[in-house]
Design a protein around this ligand. Structure first.
Ligand code: KG4
Ligand code: ZN
Length: 361
């Protein structure tokens, strides 16, 4: 049988449908390849997972199954086009939760086959980097290489170099918890609810003074066996931070509201400084044309302000996603495919959900 997908590629101006279901957001979007975002539909499962204090994979995949078709239909309708106008279907195939990824990937394969258009497999972390370039009038990512990227979310925390050829190399990453996880766990300990990032940020902004205690920034020693060849100075660890909060709370139990706000502020400072200092070091150690940030934690106002200082000191432009594109969305997935990136052709139809996918592969 002739494989039509093998001979078809995404071309400039083509309408690309993006599908994203790697964690707890069911998302679809239509993007004009190399151009603007026409629609971006996101169904978040936050309310379903909140009672559990974190994402429950079984609940996530069931919700994706229920929502994937209506979310895709909404994205196509909001874009003012019809399924017949779509030129390609792009989908996240990893990293993420296996049973969640499978829902989006299966839907995308079925749609691409039914519409006889190419399927493009997209790496979720690479898509988060693309989210910084979605704003109207923002430069093309390809004109900003070599690029330093910080991707910080509930599942990932990594500093990545995109070389002049666009190839990704991880320079540093967390050796344990992701930055978003560190926010979520602290929020749980402080009784501030889920998701923790926005709750900690809100509490921190209501603090009237310093806590008088500094949380550790999780420095890694060069001999750490978890480094796997990465530079210790560009890696971070957030599990000690959470332990340090637990220890602080057992020594200083029942904090009143003002103290909770001060704790949240000091805790947020530790995460922001851990991320900012590594990025500053990475920017100093090589030549970069730009610095881009993505992922749910890039919504954090203190982090955005601090990274602006870091970029200014390094003399490189900083690209931050608009708030609606910080968390998981499908516009970033479709846009990356629209740049000609991702796995295409016959290989895409054979893709399996890949929970441990790395941006270097
Ligand atoms: O990118 P995302 O929506 O999903 C993943 O791929 O994980 O990121 C979700 C994470 C959560 O851990 C959440 O607490 C964190 O992003 N987050 C924030 C803020 N808003 C969301 N962290 C810090 N400050 C925020 N304002
Ligand atoms: Zn994400």
């Amino acid at each position: 049988m002739e494989d039509v997908a093998d001979s078809w590629h995404v071309t400039h101006g083509m309408l690309v449908l993006g599908i994203e279901s790697s964690c707890d957001e069911t998302a679809a979007a239509v993007v004009r390849a190399g151009g603007e975002v026409l629609s971006s539909a996101v169904h978040t499962q936050i309310a379903l997972h909140a009672p559990h204090g974190g994402v429950v994979p079984e609940i996530a995949s069931r919700s994706h199954l229920r929502m994937i078709a209506p979310v895709i239909r909404k994205a196509v309708a909001d874009a003012g086009c019809s399924f017949g106008d779509l030129g390609a279907v792009a989908v996240t195939y990893g990293p993420g939760l296996a049973s969640s990824l499978l829902v989006g990937l299966s839907a995308a394969k079925g749609l691409a086959a039914a519409l006889s258009v190419p399927l493009i497999g997209i790496d979720h972390v690479a898509a988060h980097i693309q989210s910084a370039f979605l704003a109207p009038g923002s430069p093309r990512k390809r004109d900003s290489l070599p690029l330093l990227a910080l991707v910080v979310s509930g599942g990932h925390s990594a500093i990545i170099r995109l070389g002049a050829d666009g190839k990704a190399r991880i320079l540093g990453q967390t050796l344990d918890d992701a930055a978003g996880e560190a926010f979520d766990k602290a929020s749980k300990l402080l009784g501030l609810g889920y998701p923790g990032g926005p709750a900690i940020q809100k509490a921190a902004s209501a603090a009237h003074g310093p806590l008088g205690f500094t949380f550790p920034q999780g420095r890694i020693s060069a001999g750490n066996p978890g480094l796997g060849g990465l530079n210790a100075d560009l890696c971070f660890s957030f599990s000690g931070l959470k332990t340090s909060l637990r220890t602080y709370l057992s020594a200083n139990p029942n904090p009143d509201e003002e103290r909770i706000c001060r704790i949240a502020s000091a805790y947020q400072d530790a995460i922001v400084e851990a991320l900012a200092s590594r990025c500053a070091r990475a920017l100093r150690s090589d030549r970069y044309k730009a610095f881009a940030v993505g992922g749910g934690v890039s919504l954090n106002a203190a982090l955005r302000a601090r990274l602006r200082e870091v970029a200014d000191a390094a003399g490189v432009p900083l690209y931050l996603p608009e708030p609606k594109y910080c968390g998981d969305n499908a516009a970033m997935v479709a846009a990356l495919a629209g740049e000609g990136e991702g796995i295409s052709g016959d290989a895409a139809m054979r893709l399996d959900a890949t929970p441990g996918l790395t941006i270097e592969s």
